[in-house]
Design a protein around this ligand. Structure first.
Ligand SMILES: *[C@@H]1O[C@H](CO)[C@@H](O)[C@H](O)[C@H]1NC(C)=O
Ligand SMILES: *[C@@H]1O[C@H](CO)[C@@H](O)[C@H](O)[C@H]1NC(C)=O
Ligand SMILES: *[C@@H]1O[C@H](CO)[C@@H](O)[C@H](O)[C@H]1NC(C)=O
Ligand SMILES: *[C@@H]1O[C@H](CO)[C@@H](O)[C@H](O)[C@H]1NC(C)=O
Ligand SMILES: *[C@@H]1O[C@H](CO)[C@@H](O)[C@H](O)[C@H]1NC(C)=O
Ligand SMILES: *[C@@H]1O[C@H](CO)[C@@H](O)[C@H](O)[C@H]1NC(C)=O
Ligand SMILES: *[C@@H]1O[C@H](CO)[C@@H](O)[C@H](O)[C@H]1NC(C)=O
Ligand SMILES: *[C@@H]1O[C@H](CO)[C@@H](O)[C@H](O)[C@H]1NC(C)=O
Ligand SMILES: *[C@@H]1O[C@H](CO)[C@@H](O)[C@H](O)[C@H]1NC(C)=O
Ligand SMILES: *[C@@H]1O[C@H](CO)[C@@H](O)[C@H](O)[C@H]1NC(C)=O
Ligand SMILES: *[C@@H]1O[C@H](CO)[C@@H](O)[C@H](O)[C@H]1NC(C)=O
Ligand SMILES: *[C@@H]1O[C@H](CO)[C@@H](O)[C@H](O)[C@H]1NC(C)=O
Length: 678
């Protein structure tokens, strides 16, 4: 569809003059306001173009319009009124301002438009009234359009333009301010037939906020795809065709092309009906950098508590945006060492690290091939479980064993629940007694509900004592040293091959041998790597070490029985200790605050590193909130409290089933957006 943009553009202002004022975007869209709401319409590639029975002069117009596709043989005033009320109540994009023009269609041939309906439409003062000529055969003052199937033009709000006999229906989005600056940019499907996305080049200049486009929910009400209309934000680590993947690095943007394909895990979401609304901020190349060490990007904001709490890393903008915005349903992050689970904990949202190998990370910038995983944030336990089960449901997207270094992933469905809770004493109790009470209440109720026992144990000592590696592999090192060395090699080699070498080489060639500007955490590691490089065989050895550790774990700690996929569930604190952690470094020095990510004394690794090392599934589940005296707002604020639950690799669905049971019993609840989760 060729569009003479120049000519169109001059008429836009004229015709909208009295109704709305419209501003074209560089990518061929148009931004306008109705009431106090900002909308964006994709004028470059219309949703559909319908032919009118006769031309209505050469008039070109740009008007908000409501499309109603009836699903019954008679349309009455009552039907229209009910439908419009449902639209107003059930959608945040639609408003009465779209009723200035109307297009009526129906899924049923020979639908009758009765007199009461006509009277009602006249009372709405509809300016442009169109009827689908395939279904209505009425002699009234409406323009008849050659209709299309419902999935080509579903019900809801649009923007329409007319040129001669063609009426163009433009997909129309409500623009929300990303007021917590959790996004890099908003995006919308280009609708050019190639599956490509376009970044929305619109910001709120007063507040410095990117604007995020969300489509009407009404479009999806009769769409049977399982995640139809679910609004999802994507970590800017995954490729989306047509968008620049940044990895949070300006240098990376400089040396990598715009993505020419969408990552398979993200494409899966599109295929099941999700709508992707933009890319959220991450710690550079998925590092665990503290807020004050972000140099390229401005650190995102957390709506909880005093607004100065950390969003943690690396899926920082994901957890915080889910905690912030009712207009957003889910965010997709990745987790290598903690990157879903800590951001979920500090934002008081649900977030999972799935079993190793659950879904492809092709088309995502890697941090550690055999430890990277893809997870989802949500505000609601049922919605979270449902989303994840659907997303992970395509087993052809399981990672190849050559990537994980582990046996093929065998995901169990309909498994019984664990019989024991393993309570690791070096990580618990939480430093904040008020938070520990919340955790213990859950344990008391949960053990009763599932007839579980709690076994307190020393995880660190258990691993130290295990016979995990051959003498040759161990080479006189402790188990923890062997595993620590292998984890380092796994990520360093991945980075070296897929990130460091390409970036450093391209940058040096562009800028006379210079080293690229990267955040301090990477500069330190990458410059030391050159002095102590590893090779493919070191990497292969590290993968074997990991496989041996996982095998020990699944035989001795979280093992399968005939009754359950995972005989025990291990619980943990992902690193908050129930104390607030702030975006401002100095505020964390206070005894009642915490620097996240501190390895407790007596432990060899942080709790967050357990499942990355042993391939298990680990979920962050919000439980409650505790008060703290804010050094920022100078009043008492609330900090979210969560628990982490870990089960054997392959038991993800069982753990989601368990979360649903806890929700049924009222022990786990959905969280609100805003200052407090509960
Ligand atoms: C827009 O105006 C309506 C009515 O005046 C008000 O209820 C609503 O909160 C406003 N919305 C925004 C986003 O300002
Ligand atoms: C349309 O109506 C029929 C009959 O009432 C119903 O069976 C069908 O599910 C409806 N279709 C949609 C998409 O709502
Ligand atoms: C996408 O770009 C890569 C290089 O970045 C190239 O190897 C690949 O063939 C391209 N794929 C398509 C579908 O164009
Ligand atoms: C959970 O346990 C606590 C204390 O053990 C109790 O006060 C609370 O009522 C229980 N909650 C539910 C939903 O059973
Ligand atoms: C609870 O579990 C114990 C073993 O831990 C078992 O002996 C007992 O029969 C179980 N009770 C119920 C009600 O299932
Ligand atoms: C757990 O074991 C380690 C040694 O492996 C020890 O340093 C630590 O103090 C123990 N922690 C507890 C709580 O027993
Ligand atoms: C580890 O081994 C030491 C020495 O044999 C023993 O004292 C300790 O109880 C063991 N700890 C665990 C958790 O197995
Ligand atoms: C372990 O240490 C002993 C004594 O220091 C040494 O003889 C042996 O060769 C070492 N083993 C390995 C596998 O490095
Ligand atoms: C391996 O572990 C030892 C002991 O913790 C440590 O000194 C060494 O730096 C590690 N090597 C690498 C390459 O990480
Ligand atoms: C390898 O990576 C770890 C972090 O994963 C880092 O601490 C270490 O400095 C790196 N080593 C080298 C030699 O690059
Ligand atoms: C890889 O590096 C190790 C030392 O870390 C060395 O012993 C080995 O020979 C190297 N292998 C290859 C294939 O270069
Ligand atoms: C920490 O909190 C406790 C309890 O609210 C309070 O008594 C104490 O003074 C606080 N400590 C600091 C250093 O603020």
């Amino acid at each position: 569809m060729k569009w003479n943009f120049g000519a169109w553009f001059t008429t836009v202002g004229l015709l909208l003059g009295s109704l709305v004022s419209a501003t074209p975007t560089r990518q061929g869209g148009v931004v306008y306001e109705l009431g106090n709401i900002t909308y964006f319409a994709n004028a470059k590639y219309p949703k559909t173009v319908l032919k009118a029975s006769h031309p209505d002069g050469d008039k070109v117009s740009l008007v908000p319009i409501t499309v109603i596709v009836a699903n019954q043989s008679t349309v009455s005033d009552e039907y229209l009124q009910t439908t419009i009320n449902d639209y107003l109540a059930g959608d945040d994009v639609f408003s009465g301002d779209f009723l200035g023009s109307l297009y009526l269609s129906s899924t049923i041939k020979n639908t009758k438009l009765d007199q009461s309906a006509l009277k009602y439409i006249r009372s709405l003062n509809v300016d442009q009234f169109y009827l689908d000529s395939n279904v209505f055969h009425t002699e009234i003052a409406a323009i008849m359009l050659q209709g299309v199937s419902e999935n080509e033009l579903p019900s809801g709000p649009y923007t329409a333009t007319r040129v001669g006999k063609s009426v163009r229906f433009l997909e129309t989005y409500r623009l929300y301010r990303d007021e917590y600056r959790d996004f890099i940019a908003g995006a919308y499907p280009s609708n050019d037939g190639t599956g490509s996305f376009t970044a929305l080049n619109v910001m709120d200049a007063q507040w410095w906020d990117p604007m995020i486009p969300v489509p009407s929910r009404i479009h999806f009400w009769r769409d049977s795809r399982p995640l139809a209309g679910t609004r999802v934000a994507i970590k800017d680590l995954y490729d989306m065709k047509g968008l620049q993947t940044s990895g949070g690095s300006q240098a990376w943007i400089r040396v990598t092309p715009v993505a020419n394909a969408t990552a398979p895990a993200i494409q899966r979401l599109i295929d099941v009906g999700a709508v992707l609304v933009g890319k959220f901020k991450l710690a550079q190349f998925a590092s665990g950098a503290n807020p004050w060490d972000w140099i390229d990007e401005h650190y995102p904001f957390n709506p909880r508590g005093d607004g100065y709490l950390t969003c943690s890393a690396s899926s920082s903008g994901g957890g915080c945006s889910i905690a912030a915005y009712d207009w957003l349903d889910n965010a997709i992050g990745s987790d290598t060492g903690s990157s879903m689970r800590r951001p979920a904990a500090v934002s008081g949202t649900f977030g999972n690290r799935p079993s190793q190998g659950m879904i492809s990370l092709e088309g995502a910038i890697p941090l550690s091939w055999s430890q990277d995983t893809a997870g989802v944030f949500s505000r609601d336990p049922y919605q979270w479980a449902r989303f994840a089960k659907i997303w992970y449901g395509d087993t052809s997207l399981h990672q190849d064993t050559s990537i994980t270094g582990l046996p093929p992933l065998d995901v169990k469905v309909d498994s019984g629940f664990p019989k024991r809770i393993l309570y690791p004493q070096e990580y618990l109790p939480l430093a904040n007694p008020a938070a520990q009470v919340i955790l213990e209440n859950l344990l008391a109720n949960m053990t009763q509900m599932f007839n579980m026992t709690i076994d307190k144990f020393n995880f660190t000592a258990t691993v130290s004592n295990a016979s995990m590696f051959s003498a040759e592999t161990a080479a006189n090192r402790t188990n923890w040293d062997v595993m620590g060395n292998s984890t380092t090699d796994l990520s360093n080699w991945t980075q070296h091959i897929d990130v460091v070498t390409p970036l450093l080489t391209a940058w040096a060639a562009l800028f006379d041998g210079r080293f690229p500007p990267v955040d301090p955490v990477w500069r330190t590691i990458w410059t030391s790597y050159a002095r102590n490089p590893i090779n493919q065989s070191d990497f292969d050895n590290a993968l074997r070490v990991k496989a041996a550790a996982v095998s020990w774990f699944e035989e001795n700690l979280l093992f399968e029985t005939p009754e359950s996929c995972s005989e025990s569930m291990m619980i943990c604190d992902i690193g908050t200790e129930g104390l607030p952690s702030f975006r401002e470094q100095d505020l964390n020095q206070n005894a009642n605050a915490s620097f996240l990510a501190v390895v407790p004394s007596g432990a060899a690794i942080s709790c967050a590193n357990i499942c990355p090392s042993f391939a298990c599934a680990d979920y962050t589940i919000p439980l409650g909130q505790v008060p703290y005296e804010s050094p920022v707002t100078m009043v008492t604020e609330q900090y979210p409290v969560s628990i982490n639950m870990m089960v054997r690799r392959g038991c993800d669905y069982m753990l989601f089933d368990l979360v649903e049971k806890l929700a049924d019993a009222g022990l786990v609840r959905s969280v609100k957006t805003g200052r407090t989760p509960f």
